[in-house]
Design a binder for this molecule. Structure first.
Ligand code: CS2
Length: 534
């Protein structure tokens, strides 16, 4: 089957002639100052082998940089077709740049610039879902990577597929015109199977526990449901084939095919990537001498641990820094519970204390002491026999959080708390409690999230951060609930500790903290943990 991946439009010739306002692109690459490293390979020779769903700043600082290293070693089969599932912004910025962008690696006292060339073309799903399906069905596509954020997995509170979500309902009824990652992956796997093309490997790169297995389960559920809905919806294929049973069993078969034949290795990804600001754009463009409309800022640290299960082939990732393992679970848990958990803590407690960035919040001795207490509660929940060095890991985290050049905004991390806290905080709290130890620090993070939500429109700007549950959270906010009532209602809404024996105790702990936060602010909550008192 032929591909119809749309190449990025070439830079208009006029642009090449003008010396002012020139754009970063293939034609200006060789003239960049020596301070910026440029791709050391011929981009024209690179074949697209990876489709990436969700081309945000994180992907461009992480997987695309690893692939760039791989292409530089002479592998040519792993160029990236980037897909935005929602907005056209990244495509609009990168298309005139032939997909090139600057990665600025910043520590407190130095910065290095590198132009990344691994993204060959970009597609915007809502503009042309057919082109995305064609790229996914292209026989050259062997790997599909995803960074679509936690909320785009569309999980119901119990963890299964949210079958009531309008986009799931839409995609089940319109398999040819999907909106969700579930719809795109399922339809393209179905087309590949029908055309005799081997399935691609799906490599999830989002911050979810057992992320590959989680996505695998959701897709099997989606595919099975798609069969059910097709059989009852008068779908065009059924009408023309006149054999409803055939089509139904076809989709049941597809669910089985995805369950049995498609690999979903899990992976742990790590790099801190603050949102790019206008000041970053101006500064980087000034240094390059050409305009880069969308550079990416990041830290020196970078980690990728991947389960080695790629039946359709993979780049020799281990040659350039990726750790290939049999079981990524312990690494995922350590990262989610120690890094992401403390990140959320710093975000909410930092916002309530008036800090705009992680480094400023972390420089506050009380917050620093709190984070140490949080780590002390979370560490015993990690597997003890997996060789994890949590002392070294947390020491590195402390250094990374102190990077003053990143300006990583607390409001950025605060987004989507309802989707993040279950794996970052609540899971550790439940395990801690069932081991007989009260998770007092962990539950302050939940209370601080609720208090930060309550503070929006008061001490914090109205939309300072957002959450998929915002409408329901705002409705709760109008009811003048006691701390206990508010926490219980939020646990129900977000599905925290659903069905767990620990639920009521966790609610009590969080409610006591929320009451302290409401009455005496962060200092009062910290005092209950012995932080800040002499
Ligand atoms: C952060 C993560 O925004 C957030 O929720 O905790 O994006 C974090 O920076 C990355 O996971 C680091 O790898």
């Amino acid at each position: 089957m032929e591909t119809d991946v749309t190449p990025l439009p070439a830079t208009p010739p006029d642009d090449r002639r003008t010396m002012t306002n020139r754009r970063l692109s293939n034609s200006t690459l060789q003239a960049l100052p020596a301070l910026a490293a440029i791709p050391g390979y011929d981009r024209d020779q690179i074949v697209p082998g990876i489709v990436h769903l969700g081309v945000g700043a994180f992907h461009r600082a992480h997987q695309a940089a690893y692939v760039d290293d791989c292409l530089a070693t002479g592998e040519t089969d792993w160029g990236i077709v980037g897909v935005s599932l929602r907005s056209a912004d990244t495509r609009d910025a990168l298309a005139p740049q032939d997909g090139l962008y600057t990665l600025a690696v910043r520590s407190s006292d130095s910065e290095s610039l590198r132009v990344v060339g691994s993204i060959l073309s970009m597609l915007v799903a809502p503009e042309d879902p057919g082109a995305v399906l064609a790229a996914l069905t292209d026989p050259r596509t062997s790997i599909v990577t995803l960074t679509i954020t936690e909320k785009a997995y569309l999980r119901a509170a119990g963890g299964g597929l949210d079958t009531a979500h309008p986009d799931i309902v839409h995609d089940l009824a319109n398999p040819q015109m999907p909106r969700t990652a579930h719809g795109f992956l399922t339809e393209s796997l179905s087309r590949r199977r029908a055309a005799g093309i081997r399935p691609f490997t799906v490599l999830c790169c989002d911050n979810l526990p057992a992320n590959g297995a989680t996505l695998h389960r959701l897709l099997v559920e989606f595919a099975a449901l798609r069969g059910t809905r097709l059989a009852t919806s008068g779908d065009a294929r059924l009408a023309t084939s006149g054999d409803a049973r055939l089509a139904t069993s076809g989709d049941a078969d597809l669910a089985r095919h995805i369950a049995d034949e498609v690999a979903f290795p899990s992976s742990m990804v790590d790099r801190i990537v603050p949102a790019t600001t206008d000041a970053d754009r101006t500064r980087i463009s000034g240094q390059l001498g050409v305009e880069d409309a969308w550079p990416v800022m990041t830290e020196p640290f970078c980690q990728w641990v991947v389960e080695d299960d790629f039946p359709a082939g993979r780049p020799a990732w281990e040659k350039f820094g990726v750790t290939m393992v049999g079981d990524v679970g312990p690494f995922e848990d350590m990262k989610l519970r120690l890094l992401n958990g403390s990140h959320s803590a710093i975000a909410y407690l930092g916002l309530l204390s008036g800090y705009e960035t992680v480094d400023r919040a972390f420089a506050d001795p009380a917050i620093r002491q709190f984070v140490d207490g949080l780590w002390a509660e979370a560490i015993p929940t990690l597997p003890q026999d997996a060789g994890l060095d949590t002392t070294d890991y947390t020491a590195q985290l402390a250094k990374r959080y102190s990077n003053t050049a990143l300006a990583h905004r607390t409001a950025q991390i605060a987004n989507d708390g309802s989707q993040k806290l279950p794996q970052r905080i609540v899971a550790s709290a439940m395990e801690r409690l069932s081991a007989g130890a009260p998770p007092a620090h962990l539950m302050l993070v939940v209370a601080a999230w609720i208090a930060a939500c309550e503070a929006r429109g008061k001490s914090l700007p109205e939309n300072h951060f957002t959450d998929p549950l915002d409408l329901a959270l705002a409705a709760l906010g109008t009811r003048q609930l006691s701390a206990g009532e508010a926490v219980a209602a939020v646990f129900d809404l977000a599905g925290f500790a659903k069905g767990g024996a620990e639920r009521l105790t966790l609610i009590d702990l969080a409610a006591a903290h929320l009451e302290r936060l409401r009455q005496g602010g962060v200092a009062a909550a910290f005092a209950s943990l012995g932080i800040g008192s002499e």
